[in-house]
Design a protein around this ligand. Structure first.
Ligand code: SF4
Length: 231
């Protein structure tokens, strides 16, 4: 399996924010989000091939109960189910961070961290070849697959928000799901790769959270480390 990076840090987003975790970032993604902050695992995938045993050996060296499979899109990584099963056999709590465009197909997972992509993710004309823009738009939002994850796993629904348009799209998507998520499981995160840019969105997002019962979600890793690989 091609691994973009593997590291030990604290979880920066979501319900488990602050929890020490080993992160296994697979390389490769079926989307091309305009604001992707891990382009080295998606637009321009890099990394080394690691054997399953090497990944497990790394995990065993760290005193963490939590492991996060992230990407890129971990659900398109060859061998992801085997890796997840082996991590569960080590009694680790396993989070899978996915855009929820690929069916779970029974993968072992304790927390499905679902991050559906809104229209703000679509690259602008000229940023990437046209065919790729169309593919991104066709793939980015799959309410049926989000429902499938929510039906079978503990979950959180995370959205990156930059504007009121994004909040309207989130409301629209939630209305299209067959399963109504618990409001506190819907996490709104400010878009941005610096503390300053995150903070600019705060007032808008907090007001909407108070209205709907959603949860405001800071991106702790940006505050702590900036937009730095391996953190
Ligand atoms: S799904 Fe995630 S990794 Fe893939 S392009 Fe979008 S933000 Fe980047």
């Amino acid at each position: 399996m091609r691994i973009s990076e593997i590291f030990y840090s604290v979880q920066g987003e979501g319900e488990l924010t602050g929890v020490p975790s080993v992160f296994v970032r697979t390389s490769g993604c079926n989307l091309r989000c305009r604001w992707c902050d891990t382009k080295y695992a998606s637009w321009d995938p890099s990394g080394e091939v690691m054997e399953l045993s090497e990944i497990l050996d790394y995990v065993k060296t760290k005193p963490a109960n939590h492991v996060v499979l992230t990407g890129g899109e971990p659900m398109v990584a060859k061998g992801i189910s085997e890796l997840a099963e082996n991590l569960k056999n080590l009694n680790k709590h396993l989070t899978i961070e996915t855009a929820a465009t690929v069916l779970p197909d029974g993968v072992a997972c304790d927390l499905a961290s679902l991050s559906p992509k809104l229209s703000n993710s679509t690259p602008r004309s000229g940023e990437i070849e046209r065919g790729r823009i169309e593919k991104h738009d066709a793939r980015r939002l799959r309410p049926d697959i989000i429902d499938a994850w929510m039906a079978d796993y503990d979950y959180q629904l995370k959205f990156v928000v930059a504007s009121q348009t994004d909040l309207d799209e989130i409301d629209d998507l939630l209305g299209r799901l067959k399963i109504t998520p618990m409001a506190h499981k819907v996490l709104l995160m400010p878009e941005g790769v610096t503390t300053e840019s995150l903070s600019e969105r705060d007032a808008l997002i907090v007001a909407h959270c108070k209205q709907r019962g959603f949860r405001y979600c800071r991106r702790l890793h940006v505050d702590l480390f900036g937009n730095t690989p391996g953190t």
